[in-house]
Design a protein around this ligand. Structure first.
Ligand code: SF4
Ligand code: SF4
Length: 243
C-alpha cells in the first residue's frame, strides 16, 4: 500500500497500486497491450489498482450504488476522479474493466501480489486470497515506478493444504485444478459453492482480511450467473475470472 499520491484511493479501499513503465514490461505483454489498446503511443505507464480486504466493499455500500456491478462502477468512478485531480487532462485509457484481453495475473506477478493457489485465485502472505484487481489504465504519467514485492508463496509451506481437502467437488485432488469439475459442482442444486468457494474459505492465510459474507455472496453469485449465461450462449462472452 502507499500513501501520498494514492491516498484518496487508499481511503476508499482501493489500497493496492502498482505503476509499471511500459518500456520495461515483458515484450509479449507489451505486444498484447498494444494490440488491444490500438497502440501504446502517447502513454508512458500502466497503473494497476486493486483492493485488499473488505474496505472497498464497505465504501461501495456507503455510496449506495445499485446496478449489476457496483464494485466496477464505484472503482472506475473513484479512479477516474483521482486521476483527474492528480493529472488533469493527461491522456489515459482504461484497459480494465473492459473486454480487451489483459493478463491481470501476469501483472500481479510482476507486482509481487500474485502467487498461484491450488484453486487458481491469486494468493500472497499478507492478504491471503482476499485481494483483487479493480482497474488498469494506460497513462501518460511520470509516477515513481513501484518496486515489486518479494515474498514466497504461502502454499509452498502449507501443511496439509486444507483448501484441497475442503473442496466438495475434489476439483484439485488430481494435482491440478479441474475447472470443469468445479463448474459442474457449482451448478448442482445442492451446491455449497453457488455463492462462495469452500476451498478459499478453508485457507488459513490472511483470514483477518477476508471479505465480508455479503461481498463473497455477491462475487460468487455473479460469477455463477455469468457461467450460466455463457453455457446458454457460449459465443456471448467468457465468464470473468473470479476474485
Ligand atoms: S490452504 Fe494452503 S495450499 Fe491452499 S491456498 Fe491456502 S496456503 Fe495455499
Ligand atoms: S468453488 Fe467449490 S468446487 Fe470450485 S474450487 Fe472452490 S470449493 Fe471447489
Amino acid at each position: 500500500m502507499s500513501g501520498g499520491v494514492f491516498s484518496a484511493l487508499d481511503g476508499v479501499g482501493l489500497n493496492l497500486q502498482a505503476v509499471f513503465e511500459l518500456d520495461r514490461l515483458p515484450g509479449a505483454m507489451r505486444s498484447c497491450l498494444g494490440a488491444s489498446s490500438g497502440g501504446l503511443h502517447g502513454y508512458r505507464q500502466l497503473i494497476l489498482i486493486g483492493n485488499a480486504g473488505p474496505a472497498l466493499w464497505a465504501a461501495v455500500k456507503a455510496a449506495g450504488l445499485a446496478g449489476s456491478d457496483p464494485i466496477d462502477d464505484f472503482s472506475l468512478h473513484a479512479v477516474h476522479t483521482w486521476f483527474a485531480e492528480q493529472f488533469g487532462k493527461a491522456p489515459r485509457l482504461t484497459l480494465y474493466p473492459g473486454d480487451a484481453p489483459l493478463d491481470l495475473q501476469g501483472l500481479g506477478q510482476l507486482a509481487g501480489w500474485h502467487h498461484p493457489s491450488p484453486f487458481k485465485v491469486g494468493i500472497n502472505q499478507d492478504w491471503g486470497s482476499w485481494f483483487a484487481y479493480r482497474v488498469a489504465l494506460l497513462a501518460d504519467t511520470a509516477l515513481p515506478v513501484t518496486e515489486a514485492r518479494h515474498s514466497p508463496s504461502p502454499c509452498q509451506g502449507c501443511a496439509g493444504k486444507p483448501c484441497i481437502m475442503a473442496c466438495p467437488a475434489a476439483a484439485m485432488s488430481d494435482g491440478d485444478f479441474d475447472l470443469e469439475r468445479c463448474i459442474a459442482y457449482r451448478r448442482t442444486p445442492a451446491s455449497r459453492c453457488a455463492a462462495g468457494c469452500v476451498a478459499r474459505i478453508a485457507c488459513p492465510v490472511g483470514t483477518q482480511h477476508r471479505y465480508d459474507d455479503e461481498q463473497i455472496r455477491h462475487g460468487y453469485s455473479n460469477s455463477l450467473k455469468m457461467i450460466e449465461r455463457y453455457r446458454a450462449a457460449p459465443h456471448a462472452g467468457a465468464a470473468r475470472h473470479q476474485n
